[in-house]
Write a protein that binds this ligand. Structure first.
Ligand code: FAD
Length: 279
């Protein structure tokens, strides 16, 4: 079984600073981490490999320093790491990112075998759009299973796949077929520590580094800024609200009595609200 896991290097979220003029993230001097959601995807991929055999390839598109995240992924036990890096990818929105990653996954398939699974995290903590996984699935014609909380069954011989996904108001169980792209939910597993052997191997491993040409991307027009119809016009923190929450003193001590008294007081202060809610 061949599994590709897309990971993104992101700024450590507590320290994100946005450039006041360009509205882009200022990365200089900011510590980076693997997007935390992607670790759940990686662990799920490693579990499948441990169960069924095969290989896990981790893939990232980013600047040369994104190699650090790939090396970290190798310490957890990934078998191979591919860095897609080229100036022409700079400024990519989700459309351009999914184009480049989909092309790289095709190249990975030609080089080491067509993947049965492609994993991504649910979303990133910097861009936050949750669009890249579905974008890759659409471009590669993969069955798309988003917000997956559990992989229930996999039958590699028949290609049958059963997963649970978080849906509005409950959990859906979906049957699908391989090859599939899964966007993995947070909190679904614990990333392993990785062995000493993996750490030593990761330190020495070759990170396969491709530019656009090496990834087989001949048409550069859908790449980078040129291929990105989305423009982030401004990024700002919401203004703190001036008004403070008011404490309403009520009669009674039992929780039900307090709640009833508070609701009665709110309805008294906002005439018409009760009728509006009941209509
Ligand atoms: C503050 C801010 C706002 C932005 N807003 C937008 C916007 O509104 N629209 C837009 O198109 N772009 C936006 N971007 C750009 C966005 O960062 C890029 O498009 C980015 O390449 C992917 O989008 P994302 O981070 O939202 O990924 P998501 O779609 O949230 O990522 C889902 C998963 O895809 C995989 N993945 C994502 N990027 C990579 C990568 N480079 N390499 C490997 N795997 C990856 C990861 O597994 C990740 O968990 C914004 C960026 C910033 C910093």
């Amino acid at each position: 079984m061949h599994i590709v896991v897309c990971i993104k290097q992101v700024p450590d979220s507590a320290q994100i600073r946005v450039h006041p003029v360009t509205n882009t993230i200022m990365r200089q001097g900011v510590p980076t981490i693997i997007n935390p959601f992607d670790l759940f995807a990686l662990e799920e991929a490693l579990r499948l490999r441990d169960r069924f055999g095969g290989e896990v390839t981790v893939l990232t598109m980013g600047p040369p320093m994104a190699e650090d995240s790939l090396r970290k992924a190798l310490t957890f036990g990934a078998d191979r790491a591919v860095l897609l890096t080229d100036r022409c990818f700079a400024g990519s929105d989700t459309l351009a990112t999914s184009y480049a990653l989909a092309a790289a996954i095709c190249k990975i398939g030609e080089t080491w075998g067509v993947p049965d699974f492609v994993f991504t995290g649910k979303q990133t903590i910097d861009g936050d759009t949750a669009q890249v996984g579905p974008g890759i699935a659409k471009r590669l014609g993969l069955n798309q299973l988003t917000y997956v909380s559990r992989i229930v069954e996999v039958e590699p011989s028949s290609g049958r796949l059963l997963v649970q996904r978080r849906a509005e108001g409950g959990v859906q169980e979906l049957e699908s077929r391989l090859p599939a792209l899964i966007t993995m939910l947070e909190g679904t597993n614990d990333i392993r520590r990785g062995s000493l052997d993996d750490a030593l191997r990761a330190a020495r491993a070759e990170i396969v580094t491709w530019n656009a040409a090496a990834a087989g991307i001949a048409d550069l027009s859908p790449c980078g800024l040129r291929g990105s119809p989305t423009v982030v016009k401004s990024v700002f923190a919401p203004k703190p609200r001036a008004e403070k929450a008011e404490q309403i003193a009520t009669a009674g001590t039992a929780p039900d009595e307090v709640a009833d008294a508070a609701v009665a007081e709110i309805f008294r202060r906002l005439p018409g609200l009760e009728a509006e809610l009941l209509s």
